[in-house]
Design a protein around this ligand. Structure first.
Ligand code: UDP
Length: 217
C-alpha cells in the first residue's frame, strides 16, 4: 500500500515544516511531496513539487495533507478545498514541542521546535506556532490563528479566529474574570507589548501596544 503526504505550500514555511513531518512519520516512512499552485521548481530540497490536481490524481491508499502556509486566509481557503475532497488533515508536532495537562488542540495544527502549550488550554483548528512560541495556562485560541517565532502569550488570554501575532510579541496575562482578548483578524506587530484588549481587525504595534494608523489615514 502506498501512503502519500502532501505539504501544502512549497515556500519558506513549507521547507521548515517538511522535516518535522518526516521526523514525526519516520516509523511509517510515507512518501512526502510538496503541493503548490504557484510555479515552484521541482524538486525542492530533494522532494517533488506537485500541483493540487496532480496530488489528487496520484494513486495512493492513504493520502493526507499538512497546511504549511502562514497566511491564514489562504490556509482556510485551501483547507476547505481539501476537506471538500475528503483528504485527511495531519497535525504536526515537533519532537521537542511540549504540551502539559488538559490541552485540546484542533485539526491541522503545526507546533514547531521549542514551542510549549502549558496547562488548561483550548486551541481551535489550523493553529500555527512557529519556533520558540509559547501559550500559557487557561488560554483559549480560535481557528486559523498564527504565531510567528518567539511569541509569548501569557495566561488567561483569548485569541479570536485569524489573529496574527508577530515575532517576539509579548501578551500580558488576563485574569479568569477578565481575560485579555485579541479580536478576530487582529494583527500584533513584531515586538509589541500587548497590555490591553485588541479590537477585531486592527493592527497594534509598540510598547505599550497601540493601534497603528498609517500616515495620512
Ligand atoms: N500558494 C498556493 N496556493 C494558493 C496560495 C498560495 O499553493 O492558493 C503557495 C504559493 O505559491 C507559495 C506559498 O503558498 O509557494 C506561500 O508562500 P509564502 O512565501 O507567501 O509564505 P510562507 O511560506 O511564509 O507561508
Amino acid at each position: 500500500t502506498r501512503s502519500l503526504v502532501g505539504i501544502y505550500g512549497a515556500s519558506g514555511f513549507g521547507r521548515e515544516v517538511l522535516p518535522l513531518v518526516r521526523a514525526q512519520l519516520k516509523s511509517s516512512n510515507p512518501e512526502i511531496v510538496f503541493v503548490d499552485d504557484g510555479s515552484v521548481e521541482s524538486p525542492l530540497n530533494g522532494y517533488s513539487v506537485l500541483s493540487y490536481e496532480q496530488f489528487l490524481a496520484e494513486k495512493a491508499q492513504h493520502k493526507s495533507m499538512v497546511f504549511a502556509i502562514a497566511n491564514s486566509e489562504i490556509r482556510e481557503k485551501l483547507a476547505k478545498k481539501c476537506e471538500g475532497d475528503k483528504l485527511t488533515v495531519l497535525s504536526v508536532f515537533a519532537e521537542n514541542s511540549v504540551l502539559l495537562d488538559q490541552v485540546s488542540i484542533g485539526n491541522g495544527a503545526i507546533l514547531c521546535h521549542f514551542t510549549q502549550l502549558t496547562s488548561n488550554i483550548r486551541v481551535g483548528e489550523y493553529f500555527h506556532a512557529n519556533i520558540y512560541s509559547y501559550v500559557a495556562h487557561d488560554c483559549v485560541i480560535g481557528d486559523y490563528v498564527t504565531f510567528a517565532p518567539s511569541v509569548r502569550c501569557n495566561g488567561n488570554v483569548v485569541i479570536e479566529d485569524h489573529a496574527y501575532i508577530g515575532t517576539g510579541a509579548v501578551i500580558k496575562q488576563g485574569t479568569p474574570e477578565k481575560p485579555l482578548v485579541i479580536g478576530k483578524g487582529a494583527v500584533v506587530g513584531m515586538g509589541a507589548v500587548v497590555t490591553k484588549d485588541v479590537p477585531p481587525g486592527v493592527t497594534v504595534v509598540g510598547n505599550p501596544a497601540k493601534i497603528f494608523q498609517p500616515r495620512g489615514a
